[in-house]
Write a protein that binds this ligand. Structure first.
Ligand SMILES: [Zn+2]
Length: 481
């Protein structure tokens, strides 16, 4: 976020920073009966333990250096499972194209005896998983990456990464049908692979997998969190060599595959993804890597930009008042609460300052639940409470899960509106990912109703935020009415 004079200059310098950083606290399944509240792309919202089925078959696949570790067990089941998915999907979606299994599979430990893969030593491939086209090889780091993913996010994170790498193998099999050749930009190949992964997870969520079950709430939350983890860092350009996309871009691709299937993924090209890709370098005017200090002044800018974004609603926007963060008579969703009695948003500035400190990558990687997520995370929380006032003004309900989705949709619409001329706030590189990181936190209000009740499906939360960002506030009331 940049608080200052509005301008959207095109940046000259790209800061090429390496990957990695993640959000805390989305791992693990929850106990309980399946239940339905709303839906996830047409599927019911379900709650149950996600992961390898107790009665899953034992795959018979030739994997070099396979161990009997839990991670290798999940990895090899994921390869067998995604192969099953493509056995059905390739002929069905691509003119009868037969499925050919991947020729080589390799499990490696970067700290163990080095193996040679794709011309490099596995000792140099820590925290990685990859597909190598010349050898038709899928390889994964069972020593560091997979245990990390499994412990932090759950088994579905491991399946996500392998589903993605397998997606690259499919891409090479499709070749022309996916519009992929030697000139194809990395970002296109990555978007397709994330999208293919979404198609695979839909199939799993529909109960068609022999190996895994995934719930559409906590199970897909693990996927969302792992896509966030493997995002590019703020400041990268989508056209940089090796660009994989922001978390916003990666979740978009995954959800497209989940909703529309593999043929849609194969149609992704530079032409049709470029207009929506959010990955951009820092603006020359961005100070502190795009992060501003959360202050009374910044809250003033925020109020102005919210008033401007929702002027069309024709209602009196709430005032933002500094206090305890709770209402005197009404909701307490500190650090920010919407108070219907006097149409104000009460904020605890000290707490927001904490939350809005620049993203701390080390705290994220170590899994610190209190890791700061950047200025835009804090401002988006306040904006979510402001939109309660807008919703109340137009007579919408404030206390159900539709209200939660409408709220995140409106926050997305506001985020996009900050890009208009005359706004003293504007998005900087990484801001949307700060919103997604915050949105995936169990504490977040961005997709919560006036009482702070959060929509349980992270997938639905991310989708509604993006909808508002890309399409404006119109669909927010139509879709989540
Ligand atoms: Zn990839």
């Amino acid at each position: 976020m940049f608080g200052g004079t509005a301008r959207r200059g095109l940046p000259a310098v790209a800061a090429g920073v390496a990957v990695l950083a993640l959000i805390a606290g989305c791992g693990g399944g929850t106990q309980g009966e399946a239940q339905t509240v709303g839906n996830v792309s047409g599927l019911p919202v379900t709650h149950f333990d996600s992961g390898l089925k107790p009665d899953a078959p034992k795959p018979d696949l030739p994997v070099q250096d396979l161990t009997d570790s839990p991670e290798d067990t999940i990895a090899v089941a994921a390869i067998a499972d995604v192969s099953d998915y493509w056995k059905e999907t390739l002929p069905a979606s691509f003119d009868g194209q037969p499925f050919e299994p991947v020729k080589k599979l390799l499990s490696y430990d970067p700290d163990g005896t080095p193996a040679e893969a794709c011309g490099t030593s596995t000792a140099d491939a820590a925290m990685n998983a990859f597909y190598c086209p010349p050898e038709d090889l899928v390889a994964w780091d069972r020593g560091q990456l997979l245990p990390f993913l499994r412990e932090r996010f759950g088994e579905m994170a491991v399946v996500t990464v392998l589903g993605h790498e397998f997606g690259h193998a499919i891409q090479y099999r499709l070749g022309e049908k996916a519009g992929v050749d030697k000139q194809t930009k990395t970002i296109v190949k990555e978007q397709q692979a994330d999208c293919f992964t979404g198609g695979y997870f839909r199939w799993m969520a529909e109960g068609r997998s022999k190996y895994f079950t995934v719930s559409t709430s906590e199970g897909l939350n693990e996927v969302m969190a792992s896509l966030f983890f493997i995002r590019d860092q703020a400041g990268k350009s989508a056209t940089d060599r090796g660009a994989h996309g922001t978390a916003f871009d990666r979740t978009f691709a995954f959800q497209t595959g989940f909703e529309k299937g593999a043929a849609e993924c194969a149609s992704m090209s530079l032409d049709n993804i470029e207009p929506r890709i959010t990955e951009q370098p820092f603006d020359k005017k961005d100070s502190g890597e795009g992060d501003e200090r959360v202050s009374s002044e910044l809250l003033g800018y925020l109020k102005d930009s919210l008033d401007q974004a929702f002027a069309g609603a024709g209602v009196q926007g709430p005032e933002i008042v500094e206090g305890s963060g709770a209402c005197a008579n009404g909701p307490d969703t500190a650090p920010a609460s919407y108070c219907p009695d006097d149409n104000t948003v009460n904020v605890d500035l000290a707490k927001l300052k904490e939350l809005g400190r620049p993203v701390d990558k080390e705290a994220e990687i170590s899994g610190d639940a209190g890791a700061p997520l950047g200025d835009f995370a804090a401002l988006a929380e306040v904006a979510s409470r402001y939109t309660q006032g807008v919703q109340k003004g137009v007579g919408a309900s404030l206390d159900n899960s539709n209200a939660g989705l409408r709220t995140s949709c409106l926050v997305g619409a506001w985020a996009a509106a900050t890009n208009t001329e005359g706004n003293r706030l504007r998005l900087s590189s990484g801001d949307l990912d700060e919103a997604i990181a915050e949105l995936l936190q169990p504490r977040s209000l961005i997709a919560a109703d006036v009482n702070g009740n959060q929509v349980p499906s992270g997938f639905a939360r991310v989708e509604s935020l993006r909808k508002g960002y890309l399409e404006g506030s119109g669909p927010c009331s139509e879709q989540y009415g």
